[in-house]
Design a protein around this ligand. Structure first.
Ligand SMILES: [Zn+2]
Length: 176
């Protein structure tokens, strides 16, 4: 189960739409195992396949953080949001593909999702609070949408400028 490199902005793959997974086979299970390892190593609480350069509709999620907390991994294949709750929730979001950049995003605090699990069975489940935020962030990835797209144009442009400046500085700071 190798840890895979995570692609970052401005990689054009991040803007592509991912294709559905037709059969849940060993290849898919291997992919999702690698995605979980990669997410835990990053560390992150969600990772979509596109972020490791694979344009398939699957993401992993685990919001149980901390050494003493047991892992609580979810793998959602071909996820679809069936309904949203009425209450909004604001969360300071980041993204492993836009390192070190954070901004507050408002999304519904509850979502009902239909997805296929690792046994190939269709499931329906409610996700609330932080998990609801992560589920919506990751499903956005499958559509080529990033959390910065939920910001006003002004805030998005500021954040992108800050991001590129940080990238340039990091590149310039590389030891010879
Ligand atoms: Zn992300």
């Amino acid at each position: 189960m190798p840890i895979l490199p995570i692609i970052t902005l401005p990689d054009p793959l991040l803007r592509k739409k991912s294709a559905p997974i037709e059969t849940v086979d060993d290849e898919v299970r291997g992919l999702t195992n690698s995605m979980l390892e990669t997410m835990y190593a990053a560390p992150g609480i969600g990772l979509a396949a596109v972020q490791i350069g694979v344009l398939r509709r699957v993401f992993v999620l685990d919001t149980a953080k901390g050494e003493k907390v047991p892992k609580q991994p979810f793998v959602l294949i071909n996820p679809e949001i069936l309904s949203f709750g009425d209450t909004p929730r604001v969360h300071e979001e980041g993204c492993l593909s836009i390192p070190q950049m954070y901004a507050e995003v408002e999304r519904p605090a509850l979502v009902r999702v239909r997805y296929v699990d690792l046994e190939g069975q269709q499931q329906e489940q409610d996700f609330a609070d932080l998990q609801a935020t992560v589920v919506q962030h990751e499903i956005d990835h499958l559509e080529g949408v990033l959390f910065i797209d939920h910001l006003s144009r002004l805030r998005r442009n500021l954040l992108i400028r800050k991001y590129h400046k940080a990238q340039r500085e990091r590149a310039g700071a590389e030891p010879l």
